[in-house]
Design a protein around this ligand. Structure first.
Ligand SMILES: Cc1cc2nc3c(=O)[nH]c(=O)nc-3n(C[C@H](O)[C@H](O)[C@H](O)COP(=O)(O)OP(=O)(O)OC[C@H]3O[C@@H](n4cnc5c(N)ncnc54)[C@H](O)[C@@H]3O)c2cc1C
Length: 427
């Protein structure tokens, strides 16, 4: 919570934003009604200046349930997300297209590619639903040890899980590749066999998935169906450029009171907190996005910010240090026969806190098709005649046609090894 500027508390709460605010919601009744997304709009329709009780930056895995929760407390909530809607993109909603999204390097891709300073290729989400819209969809509960370490109430955490699981978690269908992985893990001694469970247990288990039986992805954006429509506004393609801070006489630390964001046309808007001491600006822009925005706003290493022309508001040398989101080692296991498409379902949780997971049969068709379609367009534009204008409908048909021909499903499985990465302790 930036308004109070208590960084020790805030660091911890960033890690737990998802669950802790879900607790708050539990005081209100859960709803089974169909999703109502009338409150999700393009930022181009936003007034130049607006005021809300809560301003949440980043409509990702944490931001969406948090916004839904807060909308029930009698407060008004503004959620600003730099990406678009996941519901209009079949690459996101369909399990077969998992790899396509991650390989899409276009400027509007829902997965923004980047390479870390130490050379590790990765992607960060740029879409409502955040990482849950582009990731491998594995769902699990946290360990009881982690919950204790965070100081959360175990019973409330369990209630919160039910709230989430009702909408986004499913038991996966175990087929050949995942079955072989499970048996292999048991054979090498990752024991016991815990069967299917959402709980975090040492040994081998089948966990949850956010893909339903039809292979459709359910993202954190689905949790917005719990929101109270009259109390919440979600703006898409709203890139927050700066959090505004002011110094209050008698207080050691500055307070956040508003944000500056730009819409898809590059038009600048301002959003302010309403005048109430309990109102807050909450930063849920991800492991990279949150520290980046803090630094752009003047909170960060005092020696570093001025080199980018940024005036220091608070000298906080740890901002941006030690952050990680899903780093892993990958082993590719080629197969002479086609293997089914599966994302992470089976996991081996070792006593030395590494996780062994697997996926298989990833389809690479879409990016290849797009590349071919792009070449097709370039060739047409190089003719001596008037530049050939391809209507979007025709391009879509061309892409689908090429897609059907170039069906390059990976004849392989992958085994992933991830270390125990504690949620961001320092941003
Ligand atoms: C390839 C991959 C596979 C993964 N697989 C799994 C898995 O199977 N299971 C699992 O549990 N986890 C997985 N993860 C990790 C998981 O997805 C993330 O840890 C989680 O989504 C992080 O949640 P978050 O809310 O902190 O950030 P995010 O979900 O990334 O949300 C941050 C949001 O903030 C927005 N944003 C950022 N900057 C701004 C700005 N300036 N203005 C406005 N909006 C902004 C972004 O667009 C984004 O939507 C995977 C991650 C990756 C990259």
């Amino acid at each position: 919570m930036l308004r109070r500027m208590d960084f020790r508390w805030w660091r911890r709460s960033f890690a737990g934003a998802f669950v802790s605010w879900v607790f708050f919601f539990l005081r209100f009744s859960c709803s089974d009604k169909a999703p109502d997304f009338t409150f999700v709009k393009e930022a181009t329709s936003a007034p130049p200046v607006i005021s809300y009780d809560y301003i949440i930056i980043g409509g990702g895995t944490a931001g969406c349930p948090l916004a839904a929760t807060l909308s029930h407390g009698g407060a008004t909530v503004l959620l600003l997300e730099r990406g678009g809607s996941p519901y209009t993109n079949p690459n996101i909603t369909n399990i077969d297209n998992f790899a396509s999204v991650l390989l899409d390097r276009s400027p509007t891709s829902p997965a923004q590619p980047f390479t870390s300073e130490d050379g590790v290729y990765n992607a960060r989400a740029r879409i409502l639903g955040g990482g849950s819209a582009v990731n491998a969809g594995f769902y699990t509960r946290a360990s009881t040890h982690y919950i204790k370490e965070m100081g959360w109430n175990q019973k409330m955490v369990e209630q919160a899980y039910e709230w989430v699981e009702k909408v986004v978690a499913f038991q996966p269908p175990l087929m050949e590749w995942q079955t072989a992985l499970r048996d292999g893990l048991l054979e090498v001694g990752v024991l016991p066999n815990n069967g299917f469970t959402y709980n975090h247990l040492y040994g081998t288990k089948v966990g949850g998935t956010i893909f339903d039986k039809e292979g459709h992805r359910h993202t954190a954006a689905d949790l917005l169906q719990y929101a109270k429509p009259s109390s919440i506004t979600v703006y898409l393609h709203a890139i927050v450029h700066k959090i505004l801070f002011r110094h209050i006489p008698g207080r050691a630390r500055p307070q956040a009171y508003g944000v500056i964001y730009k819409d898809a046309n590059g038009v600048r808007h301002q959003a302010y907190l309403k005048n109430n001491s309990k109102n807050e600006i909450i930063l849920t822009a991800g492991a990279i996005g949150s520290p980046q925005l803090l630094m752009l706003s003047g909170i960060g290493p005092g020696y570093h910010l001025p080199t980018h022309g940024i005036q220091v508001v608070v000298d906080q040398p740890l901002v941006g240090q030690g952050m990680a989101d899903n780093p892993m080692n990958v082993l590719l296991i080629p197969s002479p026969l086609p293997v089914e498409v599966s994302l992470v379902q089976v996991v081996g949780i070792t006593k030395f806190d590494t996780y062994i997971e697997g996926a298989s049969g990833l389809s690479l068709a879409y990016p290849l098709a797009r590349r071919l379609a792009k070449s097709f367009r370039l060739i047409l534009n190089q003719s001596d005649y008037e530049p050939f204008k391809v209507p979007p409908e025709a391009m879509a048909i061309a892409v689908d046609t090429v897609n059907a021909v170039v069906n390059r499903t990976l004849r392989a499985g992958v085994i992933l090894e991830k270390s125990q990465v504690h949620s961001p302790q320092v941003i």
